[in-house]
Design a protein around this ligand. Sequence first.
Ligand SMILES: Cc1cc2nc3c(=O)[nH]c(=O)nc-3n(C[C@H](O)[C@H](O)[C@H](O)COP(=O)(O)OP(=O)(O)OC[C@H]3O[C@@H](n4cnc5c(N)ncnc54)[C@H](O)[C@@H]3O)c2cc1C
Length: 475
Amino acid sequence: MRKFDFIVLGGGVSGLGFAKRISEHGKSVLVLEKERVVGGLSRTLHHKGFYLDFCAHRFHTNNKALLTEILSLPGLKMERHIKKSRIYMFGRYLRYPFEIQNLLRAMPLKDSIPSGISFLWNLIAKRLKSRGPFRSYKDWFVYFYGERLYQVMCYPYTSKIWHTDPALISGDWADQRFNGDNIGKLLKRIVRKIITLDFSNYNLEDDSLAPDGGPFYYPQRGIQEMCDALKDSAVSSGAEIACNVEIVRVDTEERTVRIRHGGIEETVSYDQLISTIPLHELYRLQDRKDQLVETALNNLRYMDIIFVYVFLNKPRVSNDHWLYFPDVDIIFNRAVEFSNWSPHMCPPDKTSICFDITTFKENPEWNMTDEELGDRVIRDAARIKYFDRKDVDSYYVYRVTHAYPYYDIDYKEKLDTVVRFLEQQGTHLLGRTGIFRYNNSDNSIEMGFALAEKFLAGAKDAGSIYSYSIKQVSY
Ligand SMILES: Cc1cc2nc3c(=O)[nH]c(=O)nc-3n(C[C@H](O)[C@H](O)[C@H](O)COP(=O)(O)OP(=O)(O)OC[C@H]3O[C@@H](n4cnc5c(N)ncnc54)[C@H](O)[C@@H]3O)c2cc1C
C-alpha cells in the first residue's frame, strides 16, 4: 500500500497551495481531484477557441509575500489590470464605484433625497449604536448606511443573488466579504463631492473605493494558468497530483482512502487527511455517521450557479471587466467580457461574455433547458442594449454546483456541529468549499500555506484552520 504523509481531497487552489508548501519541505503528499484538471472553482474551460473562466477570476491580495510568490511561479505570466466596472441601475449604465454626477442624473429624486438624508442621519445615529455583532446582513447594512439606502441599493441585488431576504442572511457574510468602513468612506466621498461640486472621476487604483476594487492580476489564457503553475510547482517539489480520480471511501480509523483511477482501484494510506471538498461529500465518503450531524447537513446548503457564455462576431462590446445587474427583470447578475481581460481569451475579431445566474438545483432556472437559458439571456442583454442581437454567433451553458457557501441566519450553529464531528475523525478542513467560508482564491491559497506551515512548525495535530478568524487570514 502506498503511504503518504498527507492526502488532500480536492485539487482546487487551497489544496494546491497546501501541496506546494508541504512538499517544498520534503513531506510526501497526494492530491486527489475528481475533475480532469485541477483548479476547482478557479478553472477555465476551453470551448471552440475561447477560454472561459467561471465568471472571471481576478487575482488580488493585500499580502505582499503571497503576491510575490504567485507572480514568480515558473512559466506564469500575469498582467496587471485596474478594475473597470459599471452597474445597470435606473435604466442606465453607471460607473462603479458610483460617480456622483452619474448617480444623481440617474436616480429618481424620490429615492436620492430620502437616501441622502437617511445616510447623513445614520452617520450621527450610528455613534449611539453598538458596532455588531450583526445577526443579519440587513442589520449590518442598516448600521453602516441607513434604512433608506438599504431599500434602494441593498435589498434588490442581494435578494436577487441569494434568492433570500437579506434579513434572513447571516451578518457573517458581510463581515467576511466587505469592509463596511470602506463603503462608508465611499459614500462620505460622494457627499463631500456634492457639497464641493467636485465632479472629477475617481482614481480606480484606489482599492478602498469599493469591495473587490482596485488593481488585480490576470494570466493570458484564463485563471487556469495560475492553477496549473501552482500544480507544476508542487509537482516539481515532489507532490503527486492525481486528476480524474473517484474517491470511493475514506476510512478515518485505518487512515486510508480507497480510490478508483483509470479503471483500477487502490487503497492509499496517510498520516494526516486534508479535505477541501464539500462537507456533505466528505460526510458521505467516511464511515462514521451521526443523526445530529445529518440533520445539520440537511439544512446547510451551498448555492449553485449557471454560466451562460455568449459568443459575438465583434472584437468588443464594452470596456468593462465586470457589469452588475441588480434589476430583478434581468435573469443574470453579472457579466464579464473576456476580451477586456486578455486579448488571448478569444479568437481574433470575436468576443465572449459570461453571464452568471446564481440559483439552487431545485429552482426553476437550474431546470431550464440550455436553449431556454441562452434565449432568455440574449433577449435580456439585447433589451438593455448591452449588445446587438445580430452580432450573436452562439452560446454555451455550463452549470456548477457548490459555488457559494450559503449563509442563512443560523448556518453557524449547523456548521459548528458538522465541523466538530468531522474534526473528531482527525480530518483537517481547508478552503472555501471545505470549510464553508466565503473565500476568494488568494484566501484559499493563504489558508493552504498556513495549514502546511502549522504542520511544518511541528504541530502533531494542527487542527483545522476553521477557527481562524477571516481577518487573521488577511483579506
Ligand atoms: C462565480 C465565481 C467567481 C469568483 N471570482 C473570483 C475572483 O474574481 N477572484 C478570486 O480570488 N476568487 C473568486 N472566486 C472564488 C474562488 O473561486 C475560490 O475562492 C477558490 O477557487 C476556492 O478554492 P478552494 O480550493 O478553496 O475550493 P474549490 O475550488 O471548491 O476546490 C475543491 C476541489 O475539490 C474537488 N472535489 C469536489 N468533490 C470531490 C470528490 N468527491 N473527489 C475529489 N475531488 C472533489 C473539486 O472538483 C475542486 O477542485 C469566485 C468564485 C465563484 C464561484
